[in-house]
Ligand binder design. Sequence first.
Ligand code: R5P
Length: 323
Amino acid sequence: MIECPFAIFSGSSHEDLARRIAADLGTSLGSVFRETFPDGEIGIQIQENVRGKDVFIVQSLARNPNRNLMELLIMVDALKRASARSVIAVLPYFAYARQDRKDKGRVPITARLVANLLEKAGVARVLTMDLHTEQIQGFFDIPVDNLYARPILVRTLQEKKVENLIVVSPDVGSNKLARKFAEDLDVGLAIVDKRRIDSRRVDVHALIGDVEGRNVVLVDDMCSTGSTLKLAAQVCREYGAKSVRAAVTHALLLGGGFEEVGIEEIIATDTVAPGSQRATIVSVAPLFAQAIGCVVAARSISSLYAPKSKVMDGYEKIDNFSA
Ligand code: R5P
């Protein structure tokens, strides 16, 4: 009997997503023993033979990015030393991506640092989703496949059949993404002119476009503290929006108070493990499973986004959660 040529392991950050991905591929997760030593160090033992296999590690670098990154690096090291043929990091959420340029004195470029760490540990390829900026792919000298959640989020919005919809970009940086959403949904676009004061506070100057009497959907790659979305929602309300909802890929949702500013629903994917805030979650597991299938079979990943691609029919919706 020929053994399966690939294996999927999960880090501890989001096992539920990893299990869904494995199940969609008709397999189960590889067995790994984990422990934390009394001094806080992480211990790992891979508990099955991986010799000669292409091994995928699913690890979302959210919630506890420092620990999750270190755990991933340790797993890569263990797998390389166990003679895996290649190790592929499946990172549904790529942390430290927002520090991607030196825009003031004496600051790091953490996105590049993480890329270096992954490569140095022995990662052969990265499979990720909605990188904060596409240019981050250039920080790597190994292949990076950046999947997009937009088709899944667009489909979810279409199913809601919201009338008089308008897409609003909550800041100028998300404008390109928002324009694609507006094109896919065949609706108009408006932009909130946001300025970030520091990592927790943002300020708004103006709204470009007309949202009066319209049902707004704010779109962004991620929601962290929620300041960006909440301020944008307030501005839309002040300019006469009838309703406001949001669609984001990475729902860290660290702060609360979304309903108070009139955000009636947050639609997000499950790239990040659930926190304490309520959201409508759509799973990206089928898309990651298809992409892994493409890597294993050396097929094109961009073909997954072809208009008649089956993957867009196979997405799953998970009920609202509130952990
Ligand atoms: C900014 O460039 C991003 O696209 C998001 O708008 C931002 O990171 C969200 O952060 P927060 O939720 O903390 O405002």
